[in-house]
Design a protein around this ligand. Structure first.
Ligand code: TA6
Length: 286
């Protein structure tokens, strides 16, 4: 059966193979697993909280309405890091076809504190689709049904699984200037692929739509984002950062993941009443 659900999760299985599937936790509408012919494509911490007690460490958490820690944007400054989307239970709307499932979030599903701290009327409609036996497509509609404009960030915080971080190179971001979050400094783009041998935490602003994650110079994943997702975040906590995260295990897991995250995070997008916005990504596994 292509789509099954229980109290906490929804699973889409591609008709081509019972081993090609995507599993979504209704809490945070967080994708926990994406398998292609049985091979897991995402990193999920062994100590990730899957009981709704805190955001999931790994998979594909969703960031909305603010990316990062508080600061310099009064309307979202009272919200927790990365906003409330990943820490709220979404409504499973059902399947839109045999390989697509939709989820919704609106103020009704927020806790009282989030509604107080961000008092806007909004609707998020999130569509997860196994677009082909080797492709995962994600689409986020942001709607403003209210009477007041609001500003937002959206980001797919994707933890890609890699065999060995020391063999990873990321192409497509050459010569793109970036904000180095770790060192709080703006840096000019480099004319070579990104390799990772220490903590990396960067926001590449106005990044190209397509990025490739490679291992030993052969493509692992192609990441293609809609033009509305103007920026790409690249993050790996490295050993020290992994040790500092209580829910990141095994600590050595930093060697098996790189976060390549598409979003509109370099600046806030403003949405007027009655308007809609969409951002989407397609991940291809090779
Ligand atoms: O996406 C990169 C980042 O913003 C890093 O700065 C790091 O904080 C990471 O997200 C994880 O954040 P979290 O709130 O999930 O611990």
């Amino acid at each position: 059966m292509p789509i099954t659900s229980d109290a906490t999760t929804v699973t889409i299985t591609h008709p081509s193979s019972s081993d090609t599937s995507v599993k979504i936790l209704k809490y945070g509408a967080t994708i926990l697993s994406w398998k292609v012919n049985g091979a897991e494509k995402l990193f999920l911490s062994e100590s990730a909280h899957l009981d709704g007690s805190k955001p999931v460490r790994g998979g594909i958490p969703l960031v909305f309405p603010r990316f990062g820690p508080a600061g310099k944007h009064a309307p979202t400054d009272k919200l927790p890091q990365h906003g409330f989307a990943r820490r709220s239970t979404w409504e499973f709307l059902g399947e839109t076809d045999e390989v697509s499932a939709q989820f919704a979030l609106s103020p009704d599903q927020l806790d009282a504190e989030s509604r107080k701290d961000w008092p806007y009327d909004f609707t998020l409609i999130y569509t997860v689709k196994l677009a082909s036996p080797t492709q995962l497509a994600l689409s986020m509609d942001v709607e403003n049904p209210g009477k007041e404009a609001f500003d937002f960030n959206v980001l797919f915080h994707t933890y890609f699984r890699v065999p060995d971080i020391s063999k990873v190179s990321i192409t497509g971001l050459q010569n793109v200037d970036f904000w180095n979050t770790r060192d709080s400094v703006a840096e000019s783009g480099k004319d070579k692929p990104i390799t990772i041998a220490e903590e990396v935490d960067r926001v590449y602003k106005n990044s190209p739509d397509t990025v490739e994650i490679n291992s030993d110079n052969s493509a692992l994943y192609t990441v293609k984002a809609s033009p509305t997702l103007t920026d790409t975040v690249v993050w790996n906590p490295w050993s020290h950062g992994a040790e500092a995260l209580a829910d990141f295990s095994p600590n050595s897991g930093y060697k098996q993941t790189v976060c390549v995250e598409d979003g509109n995070v370099g600046k806030f997008t403003s949405l007027e009443p009655t308007k809609k916005w969409n951002g989407s990504v397609v991940y291809s596994a090779h």
